[in-house]
Ligand binder design. Structure first.
Ligand code: SF4
Length: 238
């Protein structure tokens, strides 16, 4: 049976989707974000801190906690680099009546992966920047697929939350918020799409990128108000 490299499993998390959830973090990422606070998870290879796990291995962990959790969330790195693995995992997890969520950088074409979508309840999607060039500068990749996914997931009612890390001066945060609201305006209220604005923090960030400025509370509040004014109804600042 196929195995995947898992960087960690948190048995009980309240920050990876609704309710108490088991969060499973896959190793390896196809982006290279300057502010990545966990750059060791980017490399798609085993290290001393990772574990090769089969679907059965993960299911036996889930079985131990299934009475205490509402569902599972797969995250990363970028978990959809293991889309086939996740599809089988979700299919099995559904048998326990648990919900299934994906936390993703948006690089996988969800609209073309019917099998994965069949077993996925919802997705938390990073939109790191709306502007293509800005996204490329930050992550090393253009965001065409990310935006396509945002629209697709919103349309099919599987977009739980958008996430943006706020980096003052370096990113055009206001433009990103306004453009995302504009892109999703027809679905925000209908599907209760949330927006999480995440304060950039230098913890764990590579030495060469530590100089970004941390936004203050007033700036975060101003961005929250902007998201609310542009159509979001639930905006979380962390
Ligand atoms: S998508 Fe996430 S894990 Fe991947 S490089 Fe960016 S911040 Fe790091």
């Amino acid at each position: 049976m196929k195995k995947a490299i898992i960087s960690k499993i948190i048995n009980s998390s309240v920050v990876d989707g609704p309710g108490n959830r088991m969060a499973i973090f896959f190793q390896g990422c196809n982006f290279n974000c300057m502010y990545c606070h966990n750059p060791e998870t980017i490399v798609n290879a085993s290290t001393n801190d990772t574990k090769m796990m089969s679907i059965e291995d993960i299911l036996s962990e889930i079985k131990k906690y299934k009475s205490f959790i509402r569902g599972i969330t797969v995250s990363g790195g970028e978990c959809t680099l293991n889309a086939d693995f996740i599809t089988v995992l979700f299919k099995e997890v559904k048998k326990y009546n648990l919900s299934t969520m994906i936390d993703s950088n948006g690089s996988h074409d969800f609209s073309k992966d019917n099998e994965l979508m069949k077993y996925t309840d919802s997705v938390m999607l990073d939109i790191k920047a709306y502007d293509r060039e800005e996204h490329k500068k930050l992550t090393g990749k253009y965001n065409d697929m990310v935006l396509k996914n945002a629209e697709y997931l919103a349309k099919v009612g599987k977009l739980y939350e958008i996430r943006t890390v706020i980096v003052p001066e370096f990113l055009s945060n206001k433009e990103t918020i306004k453009s995302i609201a504009n892109l999703l305006i027809d679905y925000i209220k209908k599907n209760n799409i949330k927006y999480k604005l995440i304060k950039y923090r230098p913890i764990g960030v590579r030495e060469e990128y530590k100089d970004f400025r941390v936004p203050n509370d007033e700036e975060m509040e101003e961005l929250k108000m902007l998201a609310l004014k542009n159509g979001f109804e639930e905006v979380i600042v962390i």
